[in-house]
Design a binder for this molecule. Sequence first.
Ligand SMILES: O=P(O)(O)OP(=O)(O)OP(=O)(O)OC[C@H]1O[C@@H](n2cnc3c(O)ncnc32)[C@H](O)[C@@H]1O
Ligand SMILES: [Ca+2]
Length: 494
Amino acid sequence: MKEASPGYRPVTIFVVVIGVIALVALVTVAVVQNKPLTQKYKYGIVLDAGSSHTALYIYKWPAEKDNNTGRVTQANETCKVKGPGISSYASNPQGAGESLRACMLEAKKFIPASRQEETPLYLGATAGMRLLNMENASASDSVFKAVEEALDSYTFSYRGARLLTGLEEGAFGWVTVNYLDGRLTQGQKTIGALDLGGASTQISFVSPNFDGSESPNNLMMFRLYGNDYNLYSHSFLCYGKDQALRQTLAHQTQSGQSIVNDPCFHSKYSKVWEYSNLYDTPCVADRKPDNSPTNFTLNGSGNFQQCQQLIKSIFNFTQCKYSRCSFNGVFQPELQGSFGAFSAYYYVLDFLNLADTSRVSLEKAKDKLKEYCATPWPELQKQHPKTKEKYLSEYCFSGTYILTLLTEGYNFTADTYKEITVIGKMQGSDAGWTLGYMLNLTNMIPAEAPDRPPIAYPSYVSIMVITGIVLGIVLLFIVYTHSRTQCSNTQKIV
Ligand SMILES: O=P(O)(O)OP(=O)(O)OP(=O)(O)OC[C@H]1O[C@@H](n2cnc3c(O)ncnc32)[C@H](O)[C@@H]1O
Ligand SMILES: [Ca+2]
């Protein structure tokens, strides 16, 4: 008897081959499609023309996702413009424009040539220019003009230089920290923002009881990703740390004395100040004593408590026409939730090792500062030979000012102090108003939440692959059982 060979019919072989080809094609397409593409970016530049210095920030985001959520990050190490802020160029406006050159050239090197023409370039000026504008409007116009001419000469898409209002400065700082922390897209609880500059300081937070009715000037309304925010924000001009220091010095030189014993500076520290220089700012100009000598000598005495008392004297707590105030008769709703504190809050508290507020309580911070302020100047210089002398000599004042501003000024308590996170960078981007400003001007934060496909792309691809494989297995199984049946039928016939 002849043994029967399992006779696969040509049609069966054809179905198997087509099935295998389809399966291989499906898997290949899915794998190729899922491979990360070489990312193309778009860029934006913002110059922060602050009172103490100007900094250039480059931001980047994936080119195909202009309007997507939370994708803009800082692309470069901040470029710090050499020299002082643009408001110091009142008598040489051209110098202000020229000072930006090195950082602008760095931006030209950094951003691919093909992208430069479409890259928006903004400059925003803050409290230094606000003060110059108050003091001498035509000088501030000349500085802006020189800066505009300089910026317009580069290949970027120049979109203007302007003076930010204090409200904008505070509000865009709040947008930045909440955007970087991913709190805006799903309407999570937001964090407040505390910014301490050289000439002004901002506090911004959302408070459920604040709708602006009591103090409309402090209200900034936002609709971001489909959520409405009534943001409280206030900027205190002359309460940045440089101008606050001048206010304490003005307070101590009201009788035109030639020697001042200042508790906010270290013992054995001594510095000669010119009266004309100290009073050359609208923050104290009207308090210049008559018949003062040319100079006074500041001698440090290094006493934290006395320094705190001195600093308190620059805040006015006597009048408040609202239900509650911070200081100087400014409305402030009850503090709410967590806060992010940046700029000089970071520089100073980080240097003093007080930045980790979860470990260093308010009481501990005061104790450490007491000890720090009591350290004689020569000893401190020995301990920090590399620190810039101006900064080093002022950390006692600055640290004491920060604690006093927070507790006496804004009414933070030992408990709410713990809710403050001191921030340098967040997800690689500097905290500050610049990112929020650019996101706003480029409409990068949509008012409404973007529509999303019901299934995310990677899940879609995975489902396709798994379904393909299952179908393939089912197909093979059908073919296999079909040919087995055929085979036994053939044997029976034989
Ligand atoms: O916001 P405005 O008021 O316009 O000022 P600004 O933008 O120039 O202010 P910054 O945040 O750049 O700096 C705030 C202050 O911190 C000072 N500062 C910068 N770096 C510092 C550091 O490493 N240590 C101590 N102080 C620093 C600087 O001189 C200012 O007095
Ligand atoms: Ca600033």
